[in-house]
Ligand binder design. Sequence first.
Ligand code: NAD
Length: 351
Amino acid sequence: MRVITLIAGDGIGPEVTAAAREIVIAAGAAVRFEEVVAGLRAEHEHGTPLPRAVFDSIDSTHLVLKGPTQTPFGGDYRVHIERAEAPGKVGRRSYPSIAIALRKELGLFVNVRPVRNYPGVPTRFEQVDLLIFRENSEDLYIGMERMVDEGTAEAIKIISVRGTERVTRFALDYMKRLGRKRVTIVHKANVLKMTDGLFLRTAQDVAKSEPGFTVDQRVVDALCMELVMRPEEFDCLLLPNLYGDIVSDLAAGLVGGLGVAPGANIGPECAMFEAVHGSAPDIAGKDIANPMAMILSAVMLLRYIGEAAAADRIEAALTAVLREKRAVTRDLGGTAGTRAMTAAIVEKLKA
Ligand code: NAD
């Protein structure tokens, strides 16, 4: 039985992770959840949003289902972590957000985000089936910012050959397994000639050495325009961290919003599955959050650990509930709450 570290997170996190957990269990997957507290609640209870117990659990399970965690905007807020690295040795580092701290500490170098239409979900576009590969460890997200003087701030953007090769190889490998053929490399190399230029050249070089793929490229602003006009023309997107973050939300909007977009953060030793959306404080605790993105993140986790049958059962049950439209949340055009939608999916699983 595989053990999964469960982080409920903040805002709507506890509601949507409870839904995903209940559904995974109802699907009969051979897994057990080990819950640890991280995020704002951990900060209140333990004085840090990422207590050592979180890393102790993940270091033994190597598998995480994570709800969104809330990070204050602006100011000089940093997440300080302490992690046992060897007997008698404790590593201490700091990061701009909890999600970034986890991705960096766990070596999760790629964020995989499938974005597609689901039956019964009202959208402006049909036949959208995008697979987004976002580099997860470099770019402006390394969190190196400083005030140069009172009126000027600067941030450092890092792009490396090693990081870009690693994410490109991963993307091509993943595509090969799914039989997907076209990848668009996204950049702003016309302005950021060194950093994005390096990303573009390196990704193109790696792709050239792997036959069987169609490789093209887009400047990120032009891509955004094309995506909101003809999203069905794109297949897989490979982007540096910041553009990957922004384009993921844009893409989620094409197929029904943040409530339907799942994600996986993957590294050599560990994987963490979380929805694209954040903690949505505006709707937290009201039983109106759409649990679908979190449920689909759990489906990705189940496929990752070889529980394909349970993953298929959950997808079939979710699809049936979406088609019927009787028990779906407000963002999907229904009136059901998070709990009612979860109960309807569980009922389908048990039928
Ligand atoms: P958000 O994704 O939380 O919310 C954006 C909008 O989408 C809100 O109107 C919200 O109500 C709606 N929404 C999001 N998820 C939904 C769902 N499941 N069902 C229905 N509606 C949903 O983005 P934000 O408001 O910019 O960020 C809030 C907090 O979340 C911030 O502190 C941010 O740092 C954090 N955040 C965390 C993660 C993460 O942990 N991986 C990711 C993104 C944002």
